[in-house]
Design a protein around this ligand. Sequence first.
Ligand code: ADP
Ligand code: MG
Length: 394
Amino acid sequence: MKVHEYQAKEVLSKFGVPVPKGRVAFSADEAFSIAKEIGGTVVVKSQIHAGGRGKGKFTSGFQGGVKLAKTPEEAKELASKMVGNILVTHQTGPEGKKVEKLYITEASDIKKEYYLGIVLDRARECNVIMASTEGGVEIEKVAAETPEKIVKVWVDPMLGLQKFQVRELGFALGFEGDTMKSFGGLIEKLYAAHEASDSTLTEINPLITTPDGKVIALDAKMNFDDNALFRHPDIAALRDITEEDPLEVEASKFDLNYIKLDGTIGCMVNGAGLAMATMDVITLEGGVPANFLDVGGGATTERVKNAFRILLSDKNVKAVMINIFGGIVRCDIIAEGVIAAAKEIGIRLPVVVRLQGTNAEKGMEMLKSSGQNLLTASSLQEAAALAVKASKGE
Ligand code: ADP
Ligand code: MG
């Protein structure tokens, strides 16, 4: 689960990580009063689930999703140009994201910007801390062009972050004296926050030093492990569904594992492994899947109906491929669900169905005699070939 910068900073400050003070605003008027309360120069920051806001551009033509404001009046003026508008950054894709909230925060005096990130290294089965003197800019670019400028430290989950590792990171960033001390405190708290909140990614870009030797987290991004949210009700409450894909939100209401992709063939499959294999075969046949969808082992008529409805509401879908293996679930039940859904929703697209396993023949018979326009296939390859052809209008 992703959260906004202001929410990540709330989590981090609970653990004592130093962040500039600030508050969230939903309107230009609120931005004005918060800027007045903070006093001095503030920064007006668009809150969307994507980075690169500083260099982003609004579809209105207004440049920059992160701006300095010297007065509350200026903060209000900038806020009115951001809130309610679509911000496009290198992370949002060309369609951009609508800005609904702003973070009004005190402006910090920046001596230098650094990068600091903690992420799970699945291959090494532990967290890796990455640090770089090339902060503030796109870290993806640094990783691609000058990977030697990123220092990595792997943390043993049993031992935790060690002092020598803290020093190693600090020296790599060129810190000494008070700045080194300040950095040491920050990284230990940041790591504690990452572990205790079951974060899968904690990224501070930029981490900054101030002229008086302090180290502060100026930006913050945190992603949390969905499977651990049950033990963090306070973090689970930070979920902002307006930032998520509406179809994925709808699917999660019915416990369907649905991930939207950008192809044209809607897939409905039971079991994650079979769903992956189905997507592979579609690709092999020259098509592009529009989604990943696992209806689960215990697919009922109701689930199939909802899954079908969600698939068809994706405007990019040109053909549907249903691939079900009847193990726990019986194929005739699936056929019943597909027919019921087809009757209720109405099929405007070619639908290819492949059923295998328990009661497969009965299910196929039901589909063929349903009077609905359903194409059937017995092998996975054949089904994929049919779906790909149909998706291309052939
Ligand atoms: P994004 O990563 O989405 O572009 P950031 O929060 O990193 O957003 O902001 C972009 C840049 O804006 C930073 O690299 C920094 O130079 C400047 N900035 C952000 N917050 C502040 C702040 N509180 N004070 C001063 N400058 C800031
Ligand atoms: Mg940033």
